[in-house]
Design a binder for this molecule. Sequence first.
Ligand code: UD1
Length: 417
Amino acid sequence: MDKLVIEGGVPLHGPIRVSGSKNAALPILLACILPQGQVNLTNVPRLRDIHTTLKLLDILGCETSFDGNNVTSTVCDLKVEAPYDLVKTMRASVLCLGPLLALKGEAKVALPGGCAIGARPVDLHLTAFEQMGATFDLDSGYIHGRCDKLKGAHIHFDFPTVGGTENVLMAASIAEGDSIIENAAREPEVVDLANFLNACGAKITGHGTSLIKVEGVSSLHGCDYKIMPDRIEAGTYMVAAAMTDGDLLIEDCPFLELDSVVYKLEQMGVFMQEEEGGVRVRRKNGNLIGVDITTQPFPGFPTDMQAQLMTLMCLADGAGTIEEKIFENRFMHVQELMRMGADIKLKGRTAMVRGVERLTGAPVMASDLRASASLVVAGLAASGRTDVQRIYHLDRGYEKLEDKLSAVGARIWREKE
Ligand code: UD1
């Protein structure tokens, strides 16, 4: 197994480019099941989750090729079963449910198990599809859905689920009649999926707001589409610049989509400015200040940036709190940060962080994707050597991370454990 070794304490300087968004690319790739012609996607990040999705598409009967950051996909002979071996490694596989039900009237998808950051059920997805006319059985660990022809429906989500909104958007695009999705997720990745579907001939309006309307069409066609840049990767580099007291120019940075993060970073004493070529990030005048953060659905503060901001707060003057409202068990980085000298107290879903003078390098264990990113960022600023173990999590979500960080001055490399 690989680990990342970091010799910390070097301020990062220079330009760093953001890759295509993982969380936009995953649903868009699964939406490639729907169109009847060829889809050409660009800016697809080369990540483990993307390779898993391509494997799933292959099993489902789509022919794909992945060259550089370009994916082409054509549907051949569509199958309806997503096997456990793939679904267990990537929860987003459940997003093939909507396209398969809409196209084939049947879908058999392994029930995703619990994962490191909480139970994460898919009940809201299933209830929505039931409203559209599908019925479900649980059959040997598989969700088996069937319907005659999916019908448009008026769906109200109890919670603005990202995956649920995406699943329904895909299905509703070619369902019979119109759909309304109330309390829809407003995340930029949902908007990117809707834009992709519209480029394929879907009739979706209101995406980006909590009320989305979908006029069902009889079929979709192929298109060329560029995946949006990854706002969480960009946010992680912002934290890395501030954490190491460096000065980064983040290229291809989705600045507007990072509003809530930018706002908190500015409160903490980080200076950010749009310049030609990207967003420049450095500390305002030396010190960082503790702030209070609550994770929320978009446009609130994203749960996927929680671990990184907590890491930054470890070096702030004074104390701050972080309340995690989206996932019930997303504080696994806390114990590891404490091994590096952080002062954090946990009470239920709230972490209280008191800034310390410095973090010290230590062997630490990555537990999920964003927790891993926070440990890398901590290692970049810590004095001495940090070994981040179990980095297969990082390879799920950050393209060429150590190469990109090395290019801006970090002493970071990969070793076999
Ligand atoms: C997506 C992102 C993930 C991000 C999350 C929240 C992808 C591939 N993943 O995950 O990185 O952290 O949005 O921004 O895009 N829930 C239910 N029942 C459901 C669906 C969700 O109870 O049917 C709960 C979940 O357990 C969780 C919360 O709702 O506590 C958020 O889930 P959701 O918005 O659906 O996130 P994902 O699509 O899984």
